[in-house]
Design a protein around this ligand. Structure first.
Ligand SMILES: [Zn+2]
Length: 138
């Protein structure tokens, strides 16, 4: 009889963490854009700042929609900053790194194998600085 090891759930934890990170990153984009402007973070739904067209559900998928639309509004071709998918992807990577680290034990060996364990103490704060610079650079 085999017993379940922490490594068995690592792939699932990575996928779920990545999805959660993408959703949180997308929400962070909304918060950072709306809160300083004194706007609600729940309504109205996201719209193009230039033409006012509502962002369709299929155009609101983190990272993927930006790539498919080539960084432009579907309605007026206004450029959409690369900052949005970068924050979404960066937050997903951050969440995956945390999931791998939290798994610890035998999973730590896997993390070391792919270089995350040794690099994490450096790149986690680096990611936070990167995020701050993205927004300060507006
Ligand atoms: Zn537009």
């Amino acid at each position: 009889m085999t017993t379940s090891q922490p490594t068995d759930i690592l792939p699932i934890a990575v996928v779920l963490s990545a999805i959660l990170g993408l959703v949180v990153g997308s929400f962070l984009n909304v918060v950072v854009y709306r809160v300083p402007a004194g706007l609600s973070i729940v309504s109205p739904p996201s719209a193009c700042p230039r033409c006012g067209a509502a962002i369709r559900r299929r155009d609101n998928v983190p990272v993927l929609s930006w790539v498919i639309l080539r960084g432009k509004c579907r309605d007026c071709d206004t450029r959409i900053s690369v900052r949005y998918p970068l924050v979404e992807a960066g937050t997903a990577l951050f969440f995956v790194a945390i999931a791998v680290r939290v798994s610890a034990g035998s999973v730590a060996l896997v993390a070391t194998d792919i270089g995350i364990s040794t690099v994490a103490p450096v790149w986690i704060p680096a990611f936070l600085v990167f995020l701050a610079l993205l927004y300060l650079g507006e």
